[in-house]
Design a protein around this ligand. Structure first.
Ligand SMILES: Cc1ncc(COP(=O)(O)O)c(C=O)c1O
Length: 470
């Protein structure tokens, strides 16, 4: 008997020169048999089309997409201007390898991004493909430029699934389970999030900030000397850790510590950047200057592109050839990103983010204020259109010690995923996040008022049903 994989490869439909499997059911079967089990999926079926705020599956099912493919299609699926720019570029130059010569869209993109930088000192760019590569590049730059090894990360932070980025990821153990040894020299401090300090939801921001900065000072005197510390890496809005915007004072505190000790501040805006959290980059709301700024996801609205931006004065110290990558700064992805930047400005995307953000927060607060639901809802938070609702759980991590858990209320673990599942059944894609009971809203930044209302209605219905069933 042949192993199962050989049987499928020898099946008539897949042999070279023969007919290919064409029905949705046959393709699904290929997915089940031949796509790695290491991938998880929140919905059944095969995506075949995307347009604006909606995706379509091969069987014709249409869904409102409040995930944006995890914060990527910020201008909606297949934004005509972005798709056209990419298609046109495909007819001119697809691969203009960055170590052979500059390619035109790469430089045109820098022209468009320079005025959007949160600080004028950020004037030196390197484009790569994915967020995790940008993180790897930043960690390498920090070590090379400071001659120091250690990195301080945030508890709850997520930075990717390659070895350096896995090491600084502290949001869930599943990302590195069994994969050790990871990159050495990584330390972490708690983020100013009440769970991480064992404080109630009512804990004031000032207390959370003080506690986190206190832990940073302890860390620098007990575990990693400033002389050995190359960088602090932080997502200014914690993504996989629960959608928590960092208080301005916390970011200022990190900057002050970095300035005091010559440590580089790496701001990872892979998820929260590009308008997602209400401004081009969230960090600009605090006025804090990054030494290295990372972006990806919304940058090219679905084409693989990431960016590492720093100061020329720093990047001039890098040895030519020490940065690079076969596909880094692909011409088609850069052309798409130019169109994204143009659409951002000309379609006044940020005004829509403000209006839809208010609409979404109002709908979520209405649920939180409803007496039948309020015991089950711990928090509504976020910035711009990076918004979360956190539910209670009497079984979550450390629930017995956690003052946020309502006493006497019995809520089984998994409320967030039950709500997300209901939303999917009712026609809206929605994701959970973190080790806590959190659902996250990542709608397109140009979502219409009507589609936002539809999404909020589906969500409200789902929450009510899950609470009734609890
Ligand atoms: C903040 C942040 N950094 C880095 C990454 C890794 O990006 P990628 O999945 O493109 O490698 C992600 C992905 O979700 C992210 O949210």
């Amino acid at each position: 008997m042949l192993p199962r994989s050989s049987r499928i490869l020898r099946s008539p439909s897949l042999q070279h020169g023969m007919r290919y499997a064409s029905s949705a059911a046959a393709l699904n079967e290929i997915g089940k048999q031949h796509v790695t089990n290491g991938l998880g999926r929140i919905s059944e079926g095969i995506l075949s089309k995307g347009s604006g705020s909606y995706v379509e599956y091969l069987d014709g099912k249409k869904m409102l997409d409040f995930t944006c493919g995890i914060g990527v299609t910020n201008l909606g699926h297949c934004h005509p201007r972005v798709s056209k720019a990419a298609a046109d570029q495909c007819m001119n130059l697809v691969h203009g390898q960055c170590s052979i010569a500059f390619n035109e869209p790469y430089l045109r993109l820098i022209e468009r991004l320079l005025p959007a930088m949160p600080h004028p000192s950020l004037d030196s760019f390197f484009f790569w493909n994915s967020g995790t590569e940008a993180v790897e590049g930043a960690l390498k730059m920090a070590r090379v430029l400071t001659g120091r090894q250690n990195i301080i990360a945030m508890q709850g932070g997520y930075h990717g699934r390659t070895y350096g980025s896995m090491a600084v990821t502290k949001s869930k153990t599943i990302y590195s389970d069994g994969a050790a040894p990871l990159m050495p020299g990584v330390f972490s401090i708690p983020f100013p999030y009440w769970h991480q300090h064992g404080l109630p939801t009512s804990a004031p921001t000032s207390v959370l900030t003080e506690q986190s900065l206190y832990q940073l000072h302890l860390l620098l005197s007990q575990q990693t000397s400033p002389n050995d510390t190359a960088a602090i890496i932080v997502e200014p809005v914690l993504g996989e850790g629960g959608y928590i915007p960092a208080p301005k004072e916390f970011l200022e505190g990190l900057r002050a510590v970095c300035d005091q000790h010559g440590i580089l501040l790496i701001i990872d805006e892979v998820q929260c950047g590009f308008g997602r959290a209400g401004s081009w980059f969230f960090i600009e709301q605090s006025g804090v200057k990054p030494d290295i700024l990372l972006m990806a996801k919304g940058l090219a609205n679905g084409f693989p592109l990431s960016g590492i931006v720093s100061r020329k004065e720093l990047t001039d110290k890098l040895i030519p050839g020490s940065m690079g990558g076969t596909y880094a700064g692909n011409a088609v992805a850069c052309a798409a990103a130019c169109a994204v930047a143009d659409a951002f400005r000309e379609e006044d995307i940020l005004s829509n983010v403000q209006a839809r953000s208010k609409q979404l927060f109002a709908a979520l607060h209405t649920l939180k204020d409803d007496q039948t639901l309020s015991p089950y809802i711990l928090d509504v938070r976020g910035s711009g259109l990076m918004v979360a609702m956190e539910f209670a759980s009497s079984e979550g991590p450390g629930a017995a010690f956690d003052p946020a858990t309502p006493k006497g209320l019995s809520v089984k673990k998994g409320m967030a995923s039950r709500v997300a599942k209901k939303c999917i059944e009712k026609g809206m894609l929605l994701l959970t996040t973190s080790v806590y009971e959190v659902v996250r809203f990542i709608p397109p930044l140009n979502v219409s008022e009507a589609d936002m209302k539809k999404g909020c209605d589906i969500f409200a219905e789902s929450v009510r049903e899950v609470v009734r069933e609890s």
